[in-house]
Design a protein around this ligand. Structure first.
Ligand SMILES: *Cc1c(COP(=O)(O)O)cnc(C)c1O
Length: 382
């Protein structure tokens, strides 16, 4: 078995057989010439169904997650939509995390529920709470770990056991960890989902999604539905993602180094109430995270003393951390989840504290990042 970075750089990416190009070409073509009716040269006929640049990305992602099949999508939500349309029918039930990504909650609550899908939000750090929420109609347990934006940790292997006894599928949204830090299929998950927009792409220049599974029959149904509904990435988007993923291991190491230092600064600052980072020994999920993750990643959340206004001032006061939604790029970002990424869950059980600030710690020089946060916190919580 090859190592992670060897796969990231080579899996699915043999030099181009006709030209020798070392880098996979952007096959910017909607259709492919046939030698006589049905005589496909390389197995390709039309780019909604399959495109060679997309295939290269898919083979790479399958290798990184340790699955036999990967499908690339035009966005993470496009991947979630196809997956849930395949796994759920009217009357079926899904368990979602009580602090699920806002877009996932919106898809389940506003799009699927009107078609007859039922759901229960559950704190998946608590395996007994999952057991209690299961119904005879439960088909899917949807897990995120670490969660967005509260950085909660769920025990993937324990959830997989419970889901299996209930004949439900365990889906893990692995966006926050990336396959470098955590590979859920090896822990018993049935499907891994990514917003490749985030760490996998890693440069904030492309929106995309992916599903990875080891289940041949499920993969076939996913491919059929994706081709039927058409939520595919273009060749250039697939190429940008493939370019980004090559450096995933070195980026995640640096994200983790920098986030550890940032968490240390925040823990010692008088303007900070609580710091949420799974790498901190007092995080309630620290031991589980240490067991299932290689390192603890680049996302850090904290609550600010002085409430919502002080949190807003921190977000407005940084100079290197850019105030923006999204995460996982090389540049550091800061945001106020209550007013930005998680505005769609306001008033629901998924509402987040209004003095919460979320950081996507980038790979800049860590001294600059720590100094930037220190000055913003000093000024905002004077
Ligand atoms: C961003 C995100 C998504 C949605 O992905 P898009 O690429 O924005 O459609 C899903 N899950 C998590 C955890 C995310 O951060």
């Amino acid at each position: 078995m090859r190592g992670f970075s060897t796969n990231a750089i080579h899996a699915g990416q043999e030099p181009d057989p006709t030209t020798g190009a070392v880098i996979t070409p952007i096959h910017q073509s909607s259709t492919f010439a046939q030698d006589g009716v049905g005589g496909l040269r390389g197995g390709y006929e039309y780019s909604r169904s399959a495109n060679p640049t997309r295939t290269a990305l898919q083979e790479c992602l399958a290798a990184l997650e340790g699955g036999r099949h990967a499908l690339a999508f035009g966005s993470g939500m496009g991947a979630s939509d196809v997956l849930l349309r395949v796994l759920l029918r009217p009357g079926d039930h899904i368990v979602i995390p009580h602090d699920a990504y806002g877009g996932t909650f919106r898809l389940v609550d506003k799009v699927l529920q009107p078609w007859g899908v039922e759901y229960t939000p559950v704190d998946l750090a608590d395996v007994d709470a999952l057991r209690a929420a299961l119904r005879p109609t439960t088909r899917v347990v949807w897990c995120e770990t670490p969660t967005n934006p509260l950085l909660g940790i769920a025990d993937i292997a324990a959830l997989a056991d419970v889901a299996r006894t209930a004949s439900a599928r365990l889906v893990v949204d692995n966006t926050f960890a990336s396959p470098y830090l955590q590979t859920p299929l090896g822990l018993g998950a049935d499907v891994v989902l990514h917003s490749t927009t985030k760490y996998v792409g890693g440069h904030s220049d492309v929106v995309g999604g992916a599903l990875v599974t080891g289940d041949d029959e499920l993969a076939e149904r996913l491919r059929f539905t994706q081709n039927s509904v058409g939520s595919v990435p273009g060749p250039f988007d697939a190429w940008l993602t493939l370019r980004g993923v090559k450096t995933l291991a070195v980026r995640m190491e640096r994200h983790s180094d920098n986030a550890e230092r940032v968490a240390e600064l925040l823990t010692g600052h008088r303007g900070v109430e609580t710091v949420r980072y799974p790498g901190l020994p007092d995080h309630p999920g620290h031991e589980v995270a240490a067991k299932q993750m290689r390192r603890f990643g680049g996302m850090v959340s904290f609550t600010v003393a002085g409430g919502r206004d002080a949190a807003m001032r921190v977000c407005a006061g940084t100079k290197i951390f850019t105030l923006a939604e999204s995460l996982g790029g090389v540049e550091s970002l800061i945001e106020h989840p209550g007013a930005m990424t998680h505005a769609s869950v306001a008033g629901s059980v998924l509402e987040v504290p209004d003095n919460l600030v979320r950081l996507s710690v980038g790979i800049e020089d860590v001294e600059d990042l720590v100094e930037d946060l220190r000055q913003a916190l000093d000024a905002a919580t004077r």
